[in-house]
Design a protein around this ligand. Structure first.
Ligand code: NAD
Ligand code: UDP
Length: 332
């Protein structure tokens, strides 16, 4: 099949491109490299089944030839990343989603939207089933991401209803694994790099807030399965193994063998207190459920970070944080 992956040079997108190329699909990876990087896809360049197009999806893009499936993943995803790029995040979630949907409409392609558990905000219902509508602050410090994704879901649903596009929405819960950027500011990367550098782990708040971490290979399996159906979703993809962030910190210390201490920092505003997916729908619709437990996935991820010591050290010094964050030249 011919496949367009927007955001294909990012963390999840690059693993998806790997899986598609491995099954002999023809992949067009479109990315503006704002939070992604060429090193994620360097091994695919030159492969006859892979083509990279550097473009901003918020600008109108021309994708040729016709494709059978569009995976729309383009969007910053880490809170520090999207908070440093508020206009770009809203642009790619709105205009970018429109442009990706137009490709699917033009080509009669299956369209899979990578939405997020953030559409549930700081959830009042726990664990979160898909028919919970969420508790989102529309003007808070996470709103550029949460509301962009909620709009993207609404636009996707409208293209399905009014234009008959074969769309499917997946709501991805915290995903981790090799190729995450050491400096992306997410809890997985912060704790691993801090532990490997012998620095204090920055635990925000009391550490009683929870997250459910899904290993990237499991997630990619779910994305592929979703593309192979005509199910509209929304459908949660995540690992229901729920951990407090304090427990997660202990697990990282154990797996890295680090003697780092834990340093409590203020809890960010609007930080969701609990997050855990109900995945019955994914099981019933796709026969999907995750298979990699947190401890095993973390071991693989730590091993990968050990293979890029320069990046881990640089993250600790904050070097990559010096890069300019977006140029706000996008259409919004
Ligand atoms: P990432 O930042 O590594 O990847 C996103 C990619 O999109 C990057 O390569 C970036 O350069 C690209 N991009 C951003 N704006 C673009 C634009 N205007 N035009 C073209 N490309 C653009 O993040 P990720 O963790 O790989 O997340 C991928 C997708 O999955 C995102 O849509 C994110 O919202 C969603 N998601 C991720 C998680 C997670 O835990 N990683 C959880 C929920 C949802
Ligand atoms: N967190 C933390 N220390 C860090 C980074 C994050 O304690 O150095 C917490 C954060 O407050 C949140 C959880 O870990 O409760 C997950 O944060 P992340 O940014 O990875 O993703 P989120 O799920 O909030 O989008």
């Amino acid at each position: 099949m011919k496949i367009l992956v927007t955001g294909g040079a990012g963390f999840i997108g690059s693993h998806l491109c790997d899986a598609l190329v491995a099954r002999n699909d023809q992949v067009v990876c479109l990315d503006n490299l704002s939070t992604g990087r060429m090193s994620n896809i360097a091994h695919l360049l030159g492969h006859p089944g892979f083509r990279f197009v550097e473009a901003d999806l918020a600008e109108d893009v021309e994708v040729t030839p016709a494709v059978d499936v569009v995976f729309h993943l383009a969007s910053p995803a880490s809170p520090p990343d999207y908070q440093a790029r508020p206009l770009e995040t809203l642009s790619v979630g709105s205009l970018g989603t429109k442009h990706a949907l137009r490709v699917a409409h033009r080509d009669g392609a299956r369209f899979v939207l990578a939405s997020t558990s953030e559409v549930y905000g700081d959830p009042a219902v726990h664990p979160q089933p898909e028919d919970y509508w969420g508790h989102v602050n529309p003007v808070g410090p996470r709103s550029m991401y949460d509301e962009a994704k909620r709009f993207a879901e609404a636009l996707t649903a409208a293209y399905r209803r009014t234009l008959g596009v074969n769309t499917g929405i997946v709501r991805i819960f915290n995903t981790y694994g090799p190729r995450m950027k050491a400096s992306d500011g997410r809890v997985v990367t912060n704790f691993i790099t801090q532990a490997l550098n012998g620095e204090a782990l920055t635990l925000y708040g009391e550490g009683t807030q929870t997250r459910s971490f899904c290993y990237v290979d499991d997630l990619v399996r779910g994305l592929l399965a979703m593309a192979d159906t005509a199910a509209p979703g929304p459908l949660n993809l995540g690992n229901p193994e729920e951990l407090t962030i304090e427990t997660f910190a202990r697990l990282v210390l154990e797996i890295t063998g680090s003697r780092s201490v834990v340093d409590h920092r203020p809890l960010p505003v609007d930080d969701p207190a609990r997050r855990c997916p109900v995945i019955d729908r994914a099981w019933e619709t796709l026969g999907w459920r995750p298979s990699v437990p947190a401890a095993e996935g973390l071991r693989r991820t730590v091993e990968w970070f050990r293979s890029v010591p320069g990046e881990v050290r640089a993250a600790s010094r904050g070097d990559e944080r010096l890069e300019p964050a977006g140029n706000a030249s996008s259409a919004l």
